[in-house]
Design a protein around this ligand. Structure first.
Ligand code: HEM
Length: 170
């Protein structure tokens, strides 16, 4: 099921990149481009947002679901008693929802993140550099599992990377 959702998005991504006429609207847009004015031809083509290239909220939620499941059984993270204790009082469905909303917002989607700041959400956990690296390794495994292209992975890291200063406190 998960795979199906992401395969759909990869299909859309490939279709968009290939410029194939998927719908009458796409065909219309292509037709219009043949009658460009001088001004139009100098306007750079708009790249779809990272959110759209990732396949939108369902695909992002699918990756986050896999990612959080990995974090929950990560021995490096669970060796930190504060992170381990959080497992007992933070429902994983809620955590997945909030992380999904945050990534959707950062990637340019319409979802709005209403959770705590990264500082407030992580200050009590005493997260180390080693734990951050373990989290990044799991993130890469999830992104690769769903065939997220290298370019989009790079853009995601550029968005998430700067949160390190707020999350790593030890
Ligand atoms: C080593 C890295 C990380 C660990 C161990 C970690 C762990 C946790 C834990 C245990 C919680 C629940 C805290 C609580 O409610 O008591 C949490 C919340 C959260 N984390 Fe992380 N996290 C890490 C990195 C990240 C990153 C990189 C992001 C996204 C950029 C992120 C986004 C969030 C969000 C959105 C919440 C929910 C905040 C809320 O409910 O208001 N975390 N994290």
């Amino acid at each position: 099921m998960r795979r199906k959702i992401f395969n759909l998005s990869v299909f859309s991504l490939v279709a968009v990149l290939a410029g194939s006429a998927l719908s009458p609207l796409t065909a219309l847009a292509q037709e219009d481009s043949t009658v460009q004015t001088q001004e139009d031809s100098t306007t750079p083509a708009q790249t779809p947002s990272l959110y759209d290239r990732l396949g939108g909220v369902y695909s992002i939620a699918t990756v986050v679901d896999d990612f959080v499941e990995r974090l929950l059984v990560n021995d490096v993270l669970n060796a930190n008693p504060k992170i381990d204790a959080a497992r007992d009082h933070v429902p994983k469905a809620g955590l997945k929802f909030r992380v999904t909303a945050l990534i959707c917002q950062l990637a340019g989607g319409p979802e709005v993140y209403h959770g705590r700041s990264m500082t407030d959400a992580h200050a009590h956990l005493g997260i180390t550099e080693k734990e951050w690296d373990a989290m990044v390794a799991d993130f890469v495994l999830s992104l690769n599992k769903f065939n997220v292209p290298e370019k989009e992975q790079g853009e995601l890291f550029a968005l998430v990377g700067p949160t390190k200063d707020q999350i790593v406190t030890k």
